[in-house]
Design a protein around this ligand. Structure first.
Ligand code: 2M8
Length: 433
């Protein structure tokens, strides 16, 4: 499946629904590919970082010029009119969670664990070191431009910067006054049942927000002053902690100067503390913070479990997240086909089991939580989650789909979704070492 979605040096997330390169998909894809061909895995990230902006941002989509009829395409973003954007390729102007350093470090670890011979490994290390300055510039962008307050938490500007129609964004989107939007095609709903995709009202708001960002020329200072959607994202920030720890290892390999290493350690420390501070005692999970409304977003979603990725949690804190994972809102919900983590809590008013990020289970998010459980030595809990996900994916009908209806295990969204296959490969390999 990954070979079928391979376009030569990079992989599209899905055959028809997502025909370009997506940022965080690439990182998960690279981790899966590392088990087949680590050199090809690192190439996935090299291709993505070739489109990095001069301000350090890694765009959420890198467009394939050979697919002209995709919508929303390059014209919507207007990246060619922005001086920081690359000139040889069209990209979006948004970002996605910084999974990339985690992927690079993992490619090296997988190559070591799976006995790749020494000279091929040396070549991989050299390529990881060549990526290091780009990864550093990316993390610096996140700190300096997406956290000008130095709170340790990363600000997102758009639902497309992670988990699209999650209920986490509902209240912030509801406050936005949408002006005139010219009619637009919804190619996604010609490929996937509209009930499994964002609604028209949500899409109008997505496009309105893109228009505001495009008019601001993606200048973070302008956005900070005027943009109506500014949210401190706990999932993105938790991933940033783990990514800084991976970057610290790559920095050491690359012989980076002490000043850079100290900066990375400080980014990690500050974000770890901030993510731990997002904990809400009554909901028993971590919450995002809406900067415009000036309050936390009280929603029960899998994003609130992501602090498990923070290595400095105490044993009790990690146990608390693990209990929450297997409790009645998530993998322990009543009537599930497989005990896997839901994207939105089963007992929440917003829960809708077929609607994209509002209830269905997403294997990649389960994979992230599995990593978190393992990082805290919760091996039997991690094994439980891995087995449940593999059982779901092993069903002949699963087609490595994008997401699944949790009570029937019906595959939803796109079939042949690359990152689903990639995490399945990593889970299978985990049973071998
Ligand atoms: C989804 O996002 C795209 C827009 O970027 C879409 O809905 O059309 C999200 O699941 C996102 O997280 C993912 O990276 C992308 C490609 O798999 O699809």
């Amino acid at each position: 499946m990954l070979h079928a979605n391979d376009l030569g040096g990079w992989t599209k997330p899905a055959p028809r629904l997502y025909p370009h390169q997506w940022s965080w998909d690439s990182a998960f894809i690279a981790i899966g590919l590392a088990h087949l061909d680590p050199a090809r895995a690192i190439e996935e990230l090299e291709h993505l970082f070739a489109a990095q902006w001069s301000d350090g941002r890694v765009p959420h989509i890198v467009f394939d010029p050979n697919v002209p009829d995709y919508w929303p395409g390059p014209d919507l973003w207007g990246s060619r009119d922005v001086s920081a954007a690359p000139t040889d390729v069209a990209t979006s102007g948004l970002i996605q969670p910084p999974m990339h350093a985690i992927a690079v470090w993992r490619i090296l670890a997988i190559a070591r664990a799976e006995g790749v011979e020494a000279d091929r490994r040396r070549a991989l290390v050299a390529r990881a070191c060549a990526l290091y300055p780009k990864l550093l510039a990316w993390h610096r962008y996140l700190v300096e431009r997406r956290d000008p307050e130095r709170s340790g938490l990363i600000t997102v500007y758009h639902p497309w910067e992670g988990t699209d129609n999650t209920p986490r964004w509902d209240a912030a989107l509801a406050r936005i006054d949408v002006g005139d939007i010219p009619p637009y095609p919804r190619t996604d709903v010609s490929l996937v049942d509209a009930a499994e995709r964002p609604s028209k009202a949500e899409y109008d708001r997505y496009l309105w927000l893109v228009g505001l960002l495009r008019n601001a020329k993606y200048d973070d200072e302008v956005v900070r002053r005027s943009h109506p959607f500014l949210i401190k994202d706990v999932q993105c920030s938790a991933i940033f902690v783990a990514a800084n720890d991976a970057l610290a290892q790559i920095a050491e390999l690359a012989g980076a100067p002490n000043g850079e290493r100290a900066a990375i350690a400080e980014w990690s420390r500050r974000s770890a503390e901030a993510v731990r501070g997002c904990w809400d005692r009554s909901l028993e999970l971590a919450l995002d913070f809406d900067l415009r409304a000036e309050h936390p977003i009280r929603c029960i979603t899998s994003a609130g479990l992501c602090p498990l990725l923070v290595p400095s949690l105490t044993r009790d804190e990690a146990r608390g997240f693990s209990d929450r994972i297997f409790g009645p809102d998530f993998a322990g919900a009543e009537g599930l086909a497989f005990p896997v983590v839901l994207s939105t809590g089963a007992r929440s008013p917003e829960f809708r089991p077929r609607a994209y990020w509002r209830g269905p289970t997403w294997p990649v998010i389960n994979w992230l939580l599995w990593c978190g459980l393992r990082a805290h030595g919760l091996e039997s809990e991690a094994a439980r989650l891995r087995e449940a996900n593999l059982a779901l994916l092993a069903r002949p009908r699963s087609r490595f789909s994008e997401y699944f209806e949790p009570f029937t295990a019906e595959p939803l969204g796109s079939p042949d979704q690359s990152w689903t296959a990639a995490v399945a490969l990593d889970w299978i390999a985990a049973g071998n070492h």
